[in-house]
Write a new protein. Structure first.
Length: 276
């Protein structure tokens, strides 16, 4: 049994790889951080006696994503599990954030996930088995001032997953697809995005364990923790301005620099949540 995990060198991706290795899955671990991948390989092979194939690459490269699929398919055939975890965020006013960085975010958070899901799903549908776990965020259910592009990419992941799920249901396929939607998690995401969150950050290992358990139970949307469920409920029943208020950033100096001199309500300027 083989599982491919992107963003596997740290955070949720690394912990999901651990959870799958515990269940005797061999791992294909994908990430940019080669040293981190080497550490994952040593740990999982020694502790769980599984095979770990590490591949250092940047998923921003669309042709690279296609080649990854081709190489994996040629070497392993149809894999049993695909985990699309790789992604990053950035913080700041939409008019002031770096365009090239945001386009890279779109390529990583959306295009790479889209390409890998489509290509591996085709094989799974032919075999009529397999699991896909897409990592989104509670951010995908609410507006995200100061993290507009990131929140939008996660909304895409949620809706894509839900839409594919319905297609599989209509054709009575046994292939399963789920979407993990955590809130803030203790990972490297905050450092990369230059943001600190107002809410208590969840433990990455607990989030990963919840994700894998519920993926195998065929849950469509996976919300790890009570507070995340509350956030989802607020986003569902509240107007966008109120949802944005409860998604307040703890990056006060950045928020204050934006809000100063404006007449916009506090709730329309703030956001939160993280996925590595």
């Amino acid at each position: 049994m083989i599982a491919l995990v992107t963003g596997a060198s740290s955070g949720i991706g690394k912990d999901i790889a651990r959870e799958l290795a515990k269940r005797n899955y061999d791992i294909i671990a994908i990430a940019r951080n080669e040293e981190g991948l080497k550490e994952v390989k040593i740990e999982l092979e020694q502790k769980y006696h599984v095979k770990v194939d590490i591949r250092s690459m940047d998923l921003i490269d669309r042709d690279g994503c296609r080649k990854l699929y081709e190489d994996v398919q040629k070497q392993y055939g149809t894999i049993e599990i695909l985990v699309n975890n790789a992604g990053f965020g950035t913080c700041g006013e939409f008019t002031k954030t770096d365009l090239d960085k945001e386009l890279g975010m779109i390529d990583t958070n959306i295009a790479a996930l889209h390409i890998l899901t489509k290509l591996f799903l085709r094989d799974m549908v032919k075999e009529n088995k397999g699991h896909i776990l897409n990592v989104a965020s509670i951010a995908g259910f609410m507006p995200g001032p100061l993290m507009a592009t990131y929140y939008s990419t996660k909304a895409y992941v949620v809706r894509l997953t839900q839409s594919i799920r319905q297609e599989l249901f209509m054709k009575k396929s046994k292939v399963k697809i789920s979407c993990l939607c955590p809130g803030p998690v203790k990972t490297n995401f905050n450092k990369v995005a230059d943001v600190k969150f107002n809410l208590l950050e969840a433990d990455s290992q607990k989030v990963a364990k919840c994700a894998v358990n519920r993926m195998f139970r065929n849950r469509i949307l996976i919300f790890p923790g009570v507070f995340v469920w509350i956030g989802r409920l607020l986003a569902k029943i509240s107007p966008d301005q109120i949802s944005a208020f409860f998604a307040i950033l703890h990056k006060k100096e950045k928020f204050n620099s934006v809000a100063k001199g404006t007449h916009v309500a506090l709730g329309t300027l703030v956001s939160t949540t993280s996925v590595p």
